[in-house]
Ligand binder design. Structure first.
Ligand code: ATP
Ligand code: MG
Length: 379
């Protein structure tokens, strides 16, 4: 640190226990602009677990990881677990200095914003037609109505129908944002997005499949990072498989809302999705199951108990089966939540409250309560 005059050590810990995050959280209270240099060479596996806990407890904390190995596989794991940067050991003075410069640049960028970074929420369907776009639209509408600056990104690049569900006729699309990525600022973005009357912005999928194919996964990460800096809430409609584009978004996402129904193929796909995501390093806590078109008594469907057992997880929320309301919303190009009498609209408002956007800012009750509410609605 002697060679980095702007940096100061505020605390040191010799042991990397799994409760390291508790001590760091305490220290962050008195030094909120701190970052963490985490030397995991003593026990890399334990170190990565500690990093995962730290990242969950303090999302957005800049963690500079240090280890002797730097295989691609290890670096990808480290990045997915939440490392912001990596320093190879034995430490070299010039590499350490460069890492400090990157840290300073990051801090300058974060502090140049008077507002905290926004949050990205990705909605992905375990198969087509399960209600992903409907969920993303209604989530965004409620957020916008609560005065959160909100943008929705249509990542269904082959057949995105976000614009038509909202009755929008976009002039520009994600393709234009990608073309101008290097010089993208808020003014340019304002010219590219389409505004919805409810106050949120939409970045539509390109209407030309050829243009959609030109979008590279790493560009999505760059765009996503920019959007989080500009908006309170970034909603991604990822009605597509687990491809690299979606994975790049997931790395920035606060939550992945995995939308499924009680159909057998949907539950089976959900199981594959969860296993694949956990295998490549995503924490199970980030993955939140949304059961759509929930029915308590539906012959030939998977019951909620079976679903929980198969997926070893309680659904975060269950939306009632209201086909009429959902179809009307599409037909009128008007999100269901704008219909005060709609049962499904109520469910969406409750869901957003549970995510943590209630007016008092408190997350609402547990998953069981949400499932119970949907059950009651369906008799
Ligand atoms: N809770 C619900 N109850 C009944 N019908 C619903 C519900 N949610 C969505 N739907 C209906 O399901 C159909 C598919 O919805 P949507 O387009 O949102 O799904 P998707 O997963 O995005 O589909 P795609 O794979 O085509 O992108 C629509 O007709 C919609 O009205
Ligand atoms: Mg869709």
């Amino acid at each position: 640190m002697a060679h980095t005059p702007n940096a100061k050590v505020v605390a040191e810990h010799d042991e990397i226990g799994l409760n390291l995050y508790v001590r760091i959280l305490h220290e962050l209270e008195s030094h909120p602009s701190s970052s963490v240099l985490l030397d995991i060479s003593g026990d890399p596996e334990q170190g990565l677990r500690a990093l995962e806990h730290l990242n969950q407890a303090a999302p957005g904390l800049y963690v500079l990881l240090s280890e002797y190995q730097c295989s691609t596989e290890f670096l990808i794991r480290a990045m997915r677990t939440g490392a912001a940067d990596f320093l190879l050991q034995p430490l070299k003075r010039v590499e350490f200095r460069d890492a400090m410069v990157r840290l300073e640049q990051y801090m300058a960028r974060v502090h140049s914003h008077s507002r905290p970074l926004g949050k990205m929420y990705t909605f992905a369907g375990v198969k087509g037609g399960v209600g992903t776009t409907t969920a993303a639209i209604n989530f965004a509408t409620v957020c916008a109505k609560q005065n959160k600056s909100t943008i929705v990104l249509d990542l269904d690049l082959d057949s995105g129908d976000l614009a038509s569900y909202l009755g929008l006729q976009p002039q520009y699309s994600l393709h234009d944002a990608m073309e101008g990525l290097a010089r993208l600022d808020q003014a340019m973005l304002d010219g590219i997005v389409t505004r919805h009357a409810e106050g949120f912005s939409v970045l539509c999928a390109p209407d030309d499949i050829e243009k959609a194919r030109l979008i590279a996964p790493h560009q999505l990460k760059e765009l996503g990072t920019f959007l989080i800096e500009q908006y309170d809430v970034v909603v991604v409609d990822g009605s597509r498989g687990l491809d690299d584009i979606l994975l790049n978004c997931l790395e920035l996402s606060d939550s992945l809302f995995l939308v499924l129904t009680q159909e057998f193929p949907a539950v089976r796909n959900a199981q594959h999705y969860i296993n694949a995501l956990v295998r490549i390093g995503f924490s199970q806590e980030v993955i939140k199951l949304l059961v759509n078109r929930y029915q308590k008594r539906a012959p030939l469907h998977v019951s909620m108990e079976q679903l929980q057992q198969t997926l070893s997880a309680k659904p975060f929320y269950a939306f009632p089966n209201c086909y009429e309301e959902a179809m009307q919303a599409i037909h009128k190009a008007r999100p269901i939540v704008l219909n005060p009498a709609a049962e499904l609209g109520r469910a969406y408002r409750e869901f957003v409250k549970k995510v943590g956007f209630s007016s008092d800012g408190q997350p609402a009750g547990g998953a069981a309560a949400a499932v119970g509410a949907a059950r009651k609605n369906n008799g």
